[in-house]
Design a protein around this ligand. Sequence first.
Ligand code: C2O
Ligand code: CU
Ligand code: CU
Length: 449
Amino acid sequence: MIRMTISTLIFLLSAAFLLGEELYVPPLLEGTVMEMTMMKGELSLSFGKSPTMGFNGDYLGPTIRVDNGDAFDIRIENRLGEDSTVHWHGLHVPAEFDGGPHQIIGKDRTWNPRFTIDQKAATLWYHPHLMGKTAEHVYKGLAGMFIIEDSYSRNLDIPADYGVNDFPIILQDRRINRDGSFRYSPSMSDYMHGYVGNIVLTNGAINPTLKTDGGTYRFRILNGSNSTIFRIRFSGGRDFTVIASDGGFLPRSLETDSLIISPGERYEILVDLAAGSKTEMLTDLYGGDSHKSLTIETGPSRGEYYDHPSSFSHSPAIADRDRVEKRTFIMETRGMGGFTINGKTMSVDRIDFRLKKNSTEIWTIENRGMGMMNIPHSFHVHDVQFSVLSVNGQRPGPLYSGPKDTVLLWPGDRIEIALRFEDYTGIYMYHCHFLEHEDNGMMGQLLIE
Ligand code: C2O
Ligand code: CU
Ligand code: CU
């Protein structure tokens, strides 16, 4: 009790009187041969220290940046003292380099994926994907952004200067325990309802400050939490423009004052800030509280302003609706710890279905739950960016009109998507991206032949 009071007091003091840390911008990792080391670390917050894991550092990892058409070649060394994997979330990638549960990087081993980037500009990310360990490894800090640029994105007149007017924003809720650390210790109910935190980390810090000039800013926002749905907004109800979703630019951008983003999803936004102003980004946790997640202070200079494009000609929907295979995926929670897709929990030894390379498919995904088991889920598919055809029988709204790899399903929701599988054969995963659900069986395997 007393401890709680003290940590609450410290929190209030640090929030009210101390200047926040500066926003940490992960370094760029670029070049023909990249190197990353997975390592153990430690992160200090005002509450105390936590044991963590990171890539090339204590917490999180560098922002990998590539161009469409590049040869990608990365050597990843595992110094965690335990097995892990590195999955490229959202990337069109050969199955053997996908980094799912089959591509284990043993402790002290090195993994060297090599392939050609064949994908339009987008903000993706990477994280471990070891069976039963994904939630813990991501929670401890193993996550980073993966930016693809191309000739189209490079020619757009929008902020694109990394760390200057174009910022990665990795939002993660974390739960401070009694010892002041955010050690990962989920209860049974946390598996069900998600490991909702009592703080929000933005690139690894609590409500950091970005000191800059007035101007237009681009934020590439990742919900890097385990299983908490966020609502993002700005102080004063300030409007911003959403220009891209998981897999790239939206056909039509959306001006809004709030944005719902579920675990694993990304959105890119543009926001105009006046010189000499102070703006707060707020993150509301579904099932939790509202948090200040970034304070932006602009100095007296005006900086650079950009028009917010209203449309992009970059993301044609998957059109071929003829001769397609149709499939249905029922996501269901059956009592404590039973997370199923089509009545089954994940088994690495089972292929759930097979499909042909170079084929288009239409999938219907349904979140079916009853009473107490009525909880949100999401649906993520490896290797592809899909088009959302309908949400509960309606045409999708603007946020779901661009390329997606992860969609949120509220209880009772039914979402129809079109997917095109090309180039590669092999085993890929599909799963709920609420990591506690994924680790407890809400995942399946498809085999492209
Ligand atoms: Cu972001 Cu299969 O994962
Ligand atoms: Cu993925
Ligand atoms: Cu789920």
